[in-house]
Ligand binder design. Structure first.
Ligand code: GTP
Ligand code: MG
Length: 322
């Protein structure tokens, strides 16, 4: 299911950055280090960013950006081509029909699904359920788990696998876990996923980032750093979106919430990451604790589905309906 043009694009880009006017080996290396590792990322950068990261003068930065833009074949795909591509999209079931239905049939590949909600609302449990259910879908596929809070539990995966009639050892072998120690590390790990796909030829169908925002939130404190944090978070989400899109992979991210002191009416809970995370997520689900130990999921800002709610339970066997 991996699209082969990604491979050749990867090979092409290595010369291509060096081919830009004003970019020698040293500048290319600085660009690479700063995360500008393809022409697109340079084409959409601002001259100021390039000046800052590479030390080139502003006029050269402008020339580099212009050349990167000119060199890109901005392929416009026809609607029917996109429709055909979308036929490959899978919906991975969660175990709860209610939640699946809310999401239009399950958690979608080629998309980012974000769950935000308070502690214990079920964000990580959905991640575990998704990991195991994807193995039911395709036992040869691989799940990548980027764990930022040290909440990955192999015992829980094994328990869920058994409950779904799967061999827990086999499932655990197909789950690749990496602990991210800070936001840079987290971003690097996402880059490394393309290596798993292209070099190790793994069929990565699910990528989980739990949690997307905790490092960013902890590292960028104070008003002055907000713009920088958002810019970095934006780049991170673009990397994830590119991964989802290029390899028909399901990307699931969790996000924390905070209480806005200026909201007097209604629910003051808002997701971390603001509009950057909101706009980059294809599906956004707000989770809260409901009555009698249930969890209530509310779909917010979906491109094609109505805003509604679904209730489900988390128990020893995973997710289930009431
Ligand atoms: P934070 O990461 O703290 O923000 O919370 P979260 O949203 O990731 O919560 P998580 O998914 O870890 O939810 C944990 C909740 O799942 C627990 O509080 C339990 O109520 C519920 N749960 C129900 N049954 C089980 C079970 O058998 N095992 C586990 N681990 N959790 C269960
Ligand atoms: Mg959690």
């Amino acid at each position: 299911m991996t699209r082969t043009n990604e491979n050749s694009a990867d090979e092409k880009k290595e010369f291509a950055i060096m081919d830009l006017p004003g970019v020698g080996a040293a500048t290319a290396e600085k660009l690479e280090l700063a995360g500008y590792n393809d022409l697109m990322s340079i084409a959409v950068a601002s001259p100021g960013e390039l000046v800052e990261t590479t030390g080139v003068g502003e006029s050269i930065a402008k020339r580099i950006i212009q050349a990167a833009r000119a060199s890109l074949e901005m392929g416009f795909e026809s609607g029917d081509e996109i429709l055909k591509r979308r036929e490959n999209i899978l919906k991975i079931k969660t175990g709860s029909n209610n939640l699946d239905e809310l999401l239009g049939g399950g958690i979608e590949t080629s998309a980012i699904t974000e769950c935000f909600g308070e502690f214990g609302s079920g964000k990580t449990q959905i991640a575990f359920a998704l990991a195991v259910m994807s193995q039911k879908h395709d036992p040869s596929s691989v799940v990548v788990f980027i764990d930022t809070e040290n909440t990955f539990r192999p015992e829980r995966i094994a328990q869920l696998a058994k409950a779904k009639g799967l061999n827990p050892d086999k499932v655990l072998k197909n789950v690749r876990v990496a602990r991210a120690y800070n936001s840079d590390h987290q971003m690097l790990l996402v880059e490394k996923i393309s290596d798993l796909i292209n070099k190790q030829k793994l069929n990565v169908k699910v990528v989980i980032v739990d949690s997307l925002t905790s490092h960013f939130r902890a590292e960028f404190v104070g008003r002055g750093t907000l713009a920088e944090r958002q810019q970095k978070l934006n780049r991170h989400m673009h990397d994830l979106l590119k991964l989802a899109d290029s390899y028909n992979t399901c990307v699931y991210v969790t996000n924390q919430v905070m209480s806005r002191p200026d909201v007097f009416f209604g629910d003051p809970t808002v997701a971390i990451g603001g509009h950057i995370v909101a706009h980059n997520s294809t599906y956004r689900v707000y989770l809260r604790k409901g009555k009698k130990g249930s969890r209530v999921a509310k779909l917010v800002d979906s491109p094609s589905l109505p805003e509604k709610e679904a209730a489900f339970f988390v128990d020893a066997n995973g997710l289930r309906d009431i």
